[in-house]
Design a protein around this ligand. Structure first.
Ligand SMILES: [Ca+2]
Ligand SMILES: [Ca+2]
Ligand SMILES: [Zn+2]
Length: 231
């Protein structure tokens, strides 16, 4: 999907680590989990084991918790100094239902990379109701795997370009008001006519240009109650 621009080679897993406080110290009875406290205590617990400065600073930190947080998985970043490096670290906060399914984990990592929600073009305020993009509804229209749970759908072309994944040679810029016929942007699988899939730019266009990260989200009530909620 990134056309070779990123991969997760070199990632490593560490832990479990025991946090110094009970769950109630991080997750209030009502309201949101204290993400900063979870981050601070989690990286402190792992600091002796983990070299956050590896390769000039690790690309991101996925935190896996053995219990539910506040009903959500979260993704974004935290700016602080770890192992002598001060930067904003891409970070995700995952309860078990998140790291046991690739789709929500990918959604939160997308926020870690700086992506906002994909939303759709329905004009409402719900950014979680696009079933075709992992950065909106990660669960709907997704395949599942016995090993990886609900697997991640792709992200749209606009967001791929925003992340710098699309080389200039792959782009075609169309002037406003210019009529062009539909052309192939991507394919869902091996070509076997008539299974060819076509998308137009318009159908994949993303109207949401905000730079918000995960924490600005619409009401959770719009999320299906049968699916755990992401932010
Ligand atoms: Ca360390
Ligand atoms: Ca919407
Ligand atoms: Zn989100």
């Amino acid at each position: 999907m990134s056309y070779g621009k990123i991969n997760l080679a070199g990632s490593s897993a560490h832990g479990w680590f025991t946090l110094p406080q009970p769950r109630s110290a991080y997750v209030p009875a009502t309201g949101s989990a204290n993400l900063n406290a979870l981050f601070n205590d989690c990286v402190a617990a792992a600091d002796e084991t983990v070299n956050f400065a590896a390769n000039g600073g690790v690309q991101g930190i996925n935190m896996m918790f053995n219990g539910d947080l506040d009903g959500y998985a979260w993704g974004g970043g935290r700016c602080t100094t770890l192992d002598g490096i001060n930067k904003c670290w891409s970070t995700t906060w995952n309860p078990p239902w998140s790291f046991n399914n690739r789709a929500p984990l990918a959604h939160e990592m997308g926020h870690g990379y700086g992506l906002p929600h994909a939303n759709n073009s329905d004009g409402d305020s719900d950014p979680y109701d696009n079933p075709w993009d992992v950065m909106s509804s990660a669960w709907r229209n997704a395949n599942s795997s016995p090993t990886y749970g609900t697997v991640a759908k792709h992200i749209n072309t606009y967001h791929r370009d925003r992340l710098g994944w699309i080389d200039a040679a792959r782009k075609r810029t169309v002037a406003a008001g210019t009529h062009v016929p539909a052309f192939s942007l991507d394919r869902a699988g091996p070509l076997a006519p008539p299974a060819r899939r076509w998308w137009s730019c318009a159908s994949q266009a993303n109207r949401r240009r905000g730079t918000t990260r995960s924490r600005r989200a619409s009401a959770a009530a719009t999320t299906s109650p049968t699916w755990p909620a992401m932010r």
